[in-house]
Design a protein around this ligand. Structure first.
Ligand SMILES: Cc1cc2nc3c(=O)[nH]c(=O)nc-3n(C[C@H](O)[C@H](O)[C@H](O)COP(=O)(O)O)c2cc1C
Length: 328
């Protein structure tokens, strides 16, 4: 048991979050991390669209696999009204099903914070710099997740050290997201002053994750230099493995897309188009056993990942590496 503001807020034993991952968050992975003492986060689109669970039934499946707390990710960018209405419903159902820990990304987290706080829940918001942290703090969040330049998913621009310096003045617990793939990195982040760590890529290379063996093998074999940023997934840089497929298709948005992405109005249409196209491609490629397309997201934490290992073993090793440290 390691005591930090995150463990107290989330009611967990090890300050380790298995970050939400589209398309890699499946119920068995979420449950395995929570059951081992960390906290797994449900990604609702991954749960329903990729892994084909009716949303509430998926949450109940996780509950049947572990009595421990698990969380939910709400991507709250106001891109479309239909999407937002669905997200509000998903948050409400999560609250009804007893979820009390929320990770919000993009957008204004106020409405999630209001609903969560009404029943004793907490909200941590993903941020890449102080500008977004200030908005999240205004929105009433309880903690910040500092997404640094080594992260999988939407990477930030700062190092872990610089980002902590920038976020610490807000006076909320800060979790380190990005680049951490082993116990040594986990312990170093806590020593630096982080209240916890959010890992994504590390948990793809586990037997509990339903991603294909080819994808897991590629993570195990990759080094730092094999991760590049692509604008072609959502319109903003996302970390992917530099596979032959990515080398063939490129990482930069085309001229028309770049023009669309510059307009205040058209950028939303372009991003929606990207999100729909990529959502479909990522689902197909993450599950495809032949690994024929190799459109795979991963962060620079690949450098510290050398084997496919059970989620519980990863949590245990992190706890062990950080054992006996002063708490904050
Ligand atoms: C495949 C993949 C998909 C991701 N999808 C999401 C997502 O849907 N929502 C989100 O908030 N973060 C997402 N992330 C970010 C993770 O939650 C986490 O912050 C990040 O993976 C930490 O960096 P690491 O991969 O180096 O551990 C994703 C990351 C990866 C690797």
């Amino acid at each position: 048991m390691i005591d930090t503001a995150l463990t107290r807020h989330a009611g967990i034993e090890v300050p380790l979050i298995c970050g939400a991952m589209y398309p890699c968050s499946n119920p068995e992975l979420v449950a395995a991390v929570s059951d081992a003492g960390g906290i797994g986060i449900v990604q609702p689109i991954s749960l329903t669209f990729v892994h084909k669970h009716e949303y509430r039934a998926g949450l109940r499946l996780i509950r049947s696999l572990t009595p421990k707390p698990f969380g939910m990710n709400a991507l709250i960018e106001r891109s479309s009204r239909t999407y937002m209405e669905r997200m509000e419903r998903w948050v409400d159902v999560a609250l009804e099903e007893g979820v009390r820990f929320f990770v919000t990304s993009l957008g204004n987290p106020r409405w999630v914070a209001d609903r969560a706080h009404a029943v004793g829940g907490v909200v941590y918001h993903d941020v890449t710099e102080a500008k977004w942290a200030a908005k999240a703090v205004d929105g009433g969040v309880d903690g910040l997740i500092g997404v640094n330049r080594r992260a999988g998913g939407h990477a930030g621009a700062r190092t872990a050290e610089a980002l902590l310096d920038e976020l610490a003045p807000f006076g909320l617990p800060v979790v380190c997201a990005g680049g951490i793939g082993d116990g040594a990195g986990f312990a170093a982040a806590l020593r630096m002053g982080y209240a916890g760590v959010q890992m994504g890529t590390r948990f793809i290379a586990t037997p509990e994750c339903r991603a294909s063996d080819a994808y897991k093998r590629a993570i195990v074999e990759a080094g730092d230099d094999d991760v590049v940023l692509s604008e072609r997934i959502t319109g903003v840089p996302v970390a992917v493995l530099n596979t032959p497929y990515i080398r063939r298709t490129g990482t930069r948005a085309g001229a028309f897309a770049r023009w669309m992405l510059r307009g205040p109005r058209t950028k939303h249409w372009m991003r929606t188009f990207y999100a729909l196209r990529s959502g479909w491609q990522l689902r197909r490629d993450s599950l495809d056993p032949r690994g024929s397309r190799e459109f795979w997201q991963a962060g620079k934490s690949v450098a510290a990942i050398h084997a496919v290992e059970p989620a519980a073993e990863i949590v245990r090793r992190c706890a062990e590496a950080a054992g006996g440290q002063p708490t904050r």
